[in-house]
Ligand binder design. Structure first.
Ligand SMILES: NC(=O)c1ccc[n+]([C@@H]2O[C@H](COP(=O)([O-])OP(=O)(O)OC[C@H]3O[C@@H](n4cnc5c(N)ncnc54)[C@H](OP(=O)(O)O)[C@@H]3O)[C@@H](O)[C@H]2O)c1
Length: 333
C-alpha cells in the first residue's frame, strides 16, 4: 500500500515520498526508546508509503544504523536509504566527537555504514557537517568515487553554506541539502541555501521540521524531558526562552484547531508549502505520531494563514539559538 505522494529531490533527482521518516530518536538524543515500537513504526512507515528513511553513523553512535540494518532485511527494495558521515566518535568517550572530511576517512566511513545497514548501497550519502580543514572538492571527490564504485547512488551535504554547495556541485551533482528548517528555524531562507538549491536543481530536506517536537505543543515542561535529552542543551529549550517560546507553540495549536488539523500537521504543511523541491523528514519513534504526520500532505494553507504564521514567527519572537555556540560554529561553512 502506497498512499503518500512523491516529490523529486531536484528536477533531475530521485523521486521519494513527500515526507521522510527521521529515525534518530529511535536510538539517540531524545530519551529512551522502545525497540519494538521503533520497528513497528518503521514497518508502518512502509505501509503508509513513507519509504525515505534518514539516519547517520553518529546516531548512537552506530546503534541507529544497526537498528535500520535489522529492519531492512527483506525490505531493502522498498526503502530510499539516507545516512551521513563526518562526526568521528571518540573511541573512549562516546559523548566526545571530532569532524573529518578527509578522503581516506570518507572511504572508511562508508564501509562501516554499509556493514551496519547490512546493504551493498546507500541511496543518499550526506556529509554531516563541512570540515573546514579539508577543501570541499577533496571530500566530494572521495564521495564521487563511491558513486562510481556503486556503493552510493546520490550525494548530499548537511548544513553547508551556499558557497560551499556551489563548489561541491562543480565536482559532482549534489542531490540534496539537509539543514534545519521549520517555522522557528528560518536560516535557509536567509543564508541563500534554499535559493541555491532551487537554482541548482538540488532537493532540500528540512530536518527537525517540528522544531524537535516543540511546535507540536506536546512539550510543555522542559523538566519532563529525560535528563540527558539533547534538547535541554540547546538555548531554545532553556529557562525563560522555553517559557517565551511556549506562546508560539500555543499559536500553532490554536490555528490548527481552527483548521481542524493537528499542530504537527500544520507545522509540516507549512514546510511542504515552501517549495516542491522540499521533502521534510519529521522524526518519531511511535506509530501514532507517524500516522499524525503523514496527514500533513492533505493540509493546505491559504495565503492569509501563511502570512499569519510568518507574523507570529518573526525572528525576534523566537527566544534562544537552535544550538549552543559550539554547535552553531559547525553550521554554514
Ligand atoms: N543533519 C542534521 O544535523 C540533523 C540534525 C537533527 C536531526 N536530523 C534528522 O532529522 C530527523 C528529524 O528531526 P528531529 O527528530 O530532530 O526533530 P522533529 O522531526 O522536528 O521532531 C521530533 C520530535 O517530535 C516528536 N513528534 C513527532 N511527531 C509528533 C507528533 N505528531 N505529535 C507530537 N510530537 C511529535 C517526536 O517524539 P517521539 O520521539 O516521542 O516520537 C520527537 O521528539 C531526525 O530524526 C534525524 O534523522 C538531522
Amino acid at each position: 500500500m502506497s498512499t503518500l505522494p512523491t516529490r523529486r529531490l531536484g528536477p533531475a533527482g530521485p523521486a521519494v515520498s513527500a515526507l521522510g521518516l527521521g529515525c534518530m530518536g529511535m536510538s539517540f538524543a531524545y530519551g529512551a526508546a522502545d525497540e519494538t515500537e521503533s520497528l513497528a513504526t518503521l514497518e508502518r512507515a512502509l505501509e503508509l508509503g513513507v519509504g525515505f528513511l534518514d539516519t547517520a553513523d553518529i546516531y548512537g553512535p552506530h546503534a541507529n544504523e544497526e537498528l535500520l540494518g535489522r529492519f531492512l532485511q527483506g525490505r531493502r527494495e522498498r526503502v530510499f536509504l539516507a545516512t551521513k558521515f563526518g562526526f568521528v566518535p571518540d573511541p573512549v568517550d562516546p559523548n566526545l566527537r571530532t569532524l573529518s572530511g578527509r578522503p581516506e576517512y570518507v572511504r572508511s566511513a562508508v564501509e562501516g555504514s554499509l556493514k551496519r545497514l547490512r546493504t551493498d548501497r546507500i541511496d543518499l550519502y550526506y556529509q554531516h557537517r563541512v570540515d573546514p580543514t579539508v577543501p570541499i572538492e577533496d571530500t566530494v571527490g572521495a564521495m564521487a568515487e563511491l558513486v562510481a564504485q556503486g556503493k552510493v547512488r546520490y550525494l548530499g551535504l548537511s548544513e553547508p553554506s551556499a558557497q560551499t554547495l556551489e563548489r561541491a556541485q562543480a565536482v559532482h551533482p549534489i542531490a540534496a541539502v539537509q539543514s534545519e528548517y521549520s517555522l522557528w528555524t528560518r536560516d535557509p531562507e536567509r543564508n541563500g541555501v534554499l535559493e541555491a538549491c532551487a537554482r541548482l536543481g538540488i532537493g532540500f530536506v528540512p530536518y527537525s521540521p517540528l522544531g524537535r517536537g516543540f511546535l507540536t505543543g506536546a512539550i510543555t515542561d522542559a523538566g519532563a524531558l529525560a535528563r540527558d535529552d539533547f534538547r535541554l542543551s540547546t538555548p531554545r529549550f532553556q529557562g525563560e526562552n522555553f517559557d517565551r517560546n511556549l506562546a508560539l507553540a500555543r499559536q500553532v495549536q490554536a490555528l490548527a484547531a481552527a483548521k481542524g488539523c493537528t499542530p504537527a500537521q500544520l507545522a509540516l504543511a507549512w514546510v511542504l508549502a515552501q517549495g516542491e523541491h522540499i521533502v521534510p523528514i519529521p522524526g518519531t519513534k511511535r506509530r501514532k505520531y507517524l500516522e499524525d504526520n503523514v496527514g500533513a500532505v492533505n493540509v493546505s494553507l491559504s495565503p492569509a494563514e501563511l502570512a499569519q504564521l510568518d507574523a507570529w514567527f518573526r525572528p525576534e519572537a523566537i527566544a534562544g539559538a537552535r544550538y549552543t555556540e559550539a554547535g552553531m560554529a559547525l553550521i554554514g561553512r
